[in-house]
Write a protein that binds this ligand. Sequence first.
Ligand code: GLN
Length: 485
Amino acid sequence: MSLHTLTIHQLREKLRRGNVSAREATQSLLDRIQSVDGKLKAYLWLDAEDALAQADAIDRSGIAKNGKLLGGVPVAIKDVINVEGQPCTCASKILKGHTSVYDAFVVQRLREAGAILLGRTNMDEFAMGSSTENSSWGITHNPWDLERIPGGSSGGSAAAVAADEAFAALGSDTGGSIRQPASLCGCVGFKPTYGRVSRYGLVAFASSLDQVGPFTKDVADGALMLRVLAGHDPHDTTSVPQPVPDYTAGLGKGVKGLRIGLPKEYFIDGMDREVEAAVRAAIKKLQDLGAEIVEISLPHTDYAVAVYYLIATAEASANLARFDGVRYGARVTGEDVIDMYGKTRGAGFGPEVKRRIILGTYALSAGYHDAYYVRAQKVRTLIRQDFEKAFERCDVIVTPTSPEVAFRIGEKTDDPLKMYLCDIFTISVNLAGICGVSLPCGFTNDPRLPIGLQVLGKPFGEETVLGVAHAYEQATEWHKARPNL
Ligand code: GLN
């Protein structure tokens, strides 16, 4: 068996026993990337020598053998999270040539756990998109069908993990950017509760929605990664000083007696029939495993896309004001400073980012602020209350992650609204600030494309969500399937 196909827990066992070195683990990924990434283009940047040097340092220190959670495990990073000394472009021309001067909190955590920072993965520019087609550096291809998108915005991270080009990867999820690509690529993607993981060093898109989380090959690895990433950080005032449970030790309890809520609004007309059938079969499986199914309602679901695209764009318009050619990134000189701002931003941002900045600026502008932004905030509260009420009747909520499987490259690029509808099952979760995971639950027939199951939990209910996901995964074989590349 080649090393690159292992899960983290399998690899760790070998590293701990000294059967495998961090260098060998890293080299196996580098070889894999060399052989398949020309087709997938999941990575934007990779310095093989630097990765091997990190691995050698870990081998010399012996930390892979002393029980460090990720000792000797290479992890890929979405190009929106800062790793000191590595490029960070957010897949945008405006940050071309920018090198990070500090580590994000999650990266510090990875380093402390003994991980190797492997490389930068592709994404939609500034994490705005659902297909990775908005990257300024080219498209990432879905490992199950190279003519299709990997989902987005963390498409590079999802494709890398699904294609065994990484043991795990980090992503960010503002409206579904971890769960949706995980679903479309057939891996596990976890979006923690708002406040569970620090965003210090994550380039901000929409600060009231953004969370960092892991992509992994199975749920046990997701639990392991979350243990490393979670926890309080004084540098992010929204991070919550709540103890971090041992997510790994909490697995294996099964679902007996747990109440699983099915929101009637999430089984909609127009949904792919094979997706619906796979999700219904997964629900049946959970029932067979001893869970109780209860029908619930999330009545404000219909407003979620509209609310999200007002709040997220409003926040983005403010967050992206810092990219002005003054402090970092690309600059186009002008006649005066205003002209320089305009030229720099005009040349540096792609069309989707511009669309969002314009929409967000409009929603915040005098005269429209109350009608759009304030109204959206009020409806956001109703959406959060929907979940609060639902969770009085159930322990977790199960839904499809995405209404459809991976679509063809170019299929939705000229219709932003169609693209926005990809997020219909994932964005309410960010608006409510709760946690959720996507894991494989089947395939369509022809072409054979992965389908994702979404399990949602209460705020700080990560343990329960992981427990349900793990119980389902262990009773099925979907997570073991690999694309033929
Ligand atoms: N697809 C959504 C958007 O385009 C979500 C993106 C994200 O979660 N970063 O905004």
